[in-house]
Structures are given as C-alpha cells and as structure tokens.
Design a binder for this molecule. Structure first.
Ligand code: PBG
Length: 326
C-alpha cells in the first residue's frame, strides 16, 4: 500500500486540527500599543494606519477599557506632545501628556491590566532622535541615560507597571533599574526593546507620533543583517535587569525571535509594528487579502517563532475574534 504515511489524517476535521494544533494564540498574549495626543479635541485618524488613532485623554481611557474587556494582556502607551524641545522635557514633566495619560489609565484600570509605557525621547524631542545630541549633533549615549532615568521615574510615579526603553542606548536597562530601585519602585518592571532594528517598516509610526526626525537611527538601532548581535543585546539587557526582552520588528526578524526564545531566560516579546500593520491593511482594503485570516496567520506565526507576547495594533480586535472562535 502506498502512500504508507498519511499526515493528512491529522487534518481531516476541525476537531482533529484543533486537537493537534501546536501553537496557541490567546488574547492575554496580545499587547495593544496606543497613542495619546496632547491638546487634541477628538481622536485623530492616522492615515497610514487605518483604524488606529491619536487619542484624546478621554478617548484613550474608553478604548483602553474596551481592550481590557476584550481580554488583551496589556497596553503600551505612546505620547504625542504639542510642543517639543532639544532634551524632550515633556517626557519627564509630570504634566506631560504621556505621564498624565498613564495616571488616567492606572486610576481607571488599577491592576486589571498591565500598563506599559514607551520610555524613549523621540516623541518629545524637536530633532526626533531617541536621545539628546552632543555639540556635533550626534546622539550622546551617556547624557541620554540621565534623561531615561528621569523619564522612568516619572512613568513609575504615574503608575506604569512596565517600562519599555526603546532607544537602544547602551546601558539603558541598567540605569533605569537602578533609578527605580533607588526611588522605591522595586516592583516596576522593564520590558526591554533589546533587539531593535533600524527598519523601514517604522514609516507609519512616524506619522502616528508626528515625528520630527531628519536622517536615520543607524548609530543606535541595529543593522538588519545582524542576528548574533541581537543575542548580545539580549544578554546585556538580562544582565542589567530586563524582566522581558523584545525583538522589533517581528515579521522580517522571526529567525531572531526564534533564537531569542531558545536562549533568553526571561519571556520574549515581539513587536508587530506599524509597517507590518499598514501592509496588511492596504492589501485587505484593496480586496487582495482576507483581512481576518491574514491577521490571525501573522500573529500565529510570531507565536510559532517563539514569542510569548505579541505587541500588535490588532490586539483588541484579534482578542474578540479569538474569543468568538473558542
Ligand atoms: C521609539 C519607537 C518607535 C517605535 C516604537 N518605539 C519608532 C522608531 O524607533 O523609529 C515603532 C513602532 C511601530 O513602528 O509600530 N520610541
């Protein structure tokens, strides 16, 4: 009898396929990134990210409650200030938009969700870089660390449970950990953007935060060809106190996600970023892809590669689909 082996037996019915499915995708594994803009009179659509908006403080609160109700595991909040300066003063000001929004969300949701903050200066600087500049206009690593420590304390004070340093400065995790411990926040954790690549896929995000950036981030973000370097970054971040490490972007770097999952002694997150979102949305809007099937396949693939957690702009919607299908 030929064929002797028939793998199709395990695919014959939905029940059989469900039984042998290797990869789980659950709402709690999804984290929703959200934007909040200072001085906005209503939610402002982001044209390159259909369905995603810059929230007002009120609309952010309402959308956050809905997302948590849908079962998402956490929220990652980004601030869009109305004024910017060279050192990103709005990032450390307790009246700065991100810190106000974090306090709103913590007051509204308490410990019902995991509240996360982007700990990076790029949204707050007038030059758009993730750090402060030296007299030659280069990003000054060590001067930036002082700003991150201050920003971390403001975010912890506002009520964030996890801080997400995303600037790729050397020593950023260590300096934040020390600042938190020294100021009485030993339980505030760090979700480190450990391996963050200088990616063209961040394009729509720049619109989402009204980025002022001229030039690129290649002196601090990683080169897309390098995988080994990501493992070194992860090792350093874990040694400095990272509680969770993250790879970003996700889809073009699934090999790095896999390598991280095999070696990191902490949970691994992957960020399904703005450009990955925009590609699928654009194709689906043209009728070229089935939107829901594509989104679930993307998220499942990131989980299959080894990510424990996935940051995705589809988090709330996907959570609702997953609940419906359970
Ligand atoms: C930096 C930051 C960026 C993103 C998250 N944090 C932009 C960048 O590094 O240029 C990108 C997220 C996305 O593209 O969805 N604060």
């Amino acid at each position: 009898m030929f064929p002797e082996h028939r793998p199709r037996r395990l695919r014959v019915s939905p029940a059989m396929r469900r039984l042998v499915s290797e990869t789980t995708l659950r709402p709690r594994q999804l984290i929703l990134p959200m934007f909040v803009a200072e001085g906005a009179s209503g939610p402002r659509p982001i044209s390159s990210m259909p369905g995603v908006v810059q929230h007002t403080r009120d609309s952010l609160r309402a959308a956050a409650v809905d997302a948590v109700r849908a079962g998402v595991g956490g929220l990652m909040v980004f601030g869009v200030p109305s004024t910017r300066d060279a050192i990103g003063s709005g990032a450390t000001d307790e009246r700065g938009i991100l810190n106000l929004a974090l306090a709103d969300l913590r007051a509204e949701l308490g410990d019902d969700t995991v509240l996360m903050a982007d700990t990076c200066l790029d949204e707050f600087t007038d030059h758009g870089h993730c750090g402060v500049l030296d007299e030659r206009g280069a990003v000054d690593n060590d001067a930036t660390l002082d700003r991150y420590a201050a920003m971390a304390l403001a975010q912890a004070e506002a009520g964030a449970h996890l801080l997400g340093p995303s600037g790729m400065m050397d020593g950023q995790v260590g300096v934040i950990r020390r600042a938190l411990d020294g100021a009485g926040y030993p339980d505030t954790g760090i979700l480190a953007y450990s391996a963050k690549y200088a990616s063209a896929f961040y394009g729509p995000f720049r619109e989402a935060v009204d980025s002022q950036l001229q030039g690129d981030r290649k002196t601090y973000q990683q080169d897309s060809g390098n995988a080994r370097e990501a493992l070194r970054e992860i090792e350093l971040d874990v040694a400095e106190g990272a509680d969770i490490v993250m790879i970003k972007p996700a889809l073009s770097y699934l090999d790095v996600v896999r390598a991280a999952a095999e070696t990191a002694p902490v949970p691994v997150a992957a960020y399904n970023i703005s450009g990955e979102y925009a590609m699928v949305e654009a194709a689906a809007a043209n009728g070229w892809l089935d939107r829901e099937r594509t989104v679930l396949e993307v998220l499942t693939s990131i989980r299959r590669a080894g990510a424990d957690l996935v940051l995705t702009y589809w988090a709330a919607e996907a959570a609702a689909w997953l609940d419906r299908d359970r």
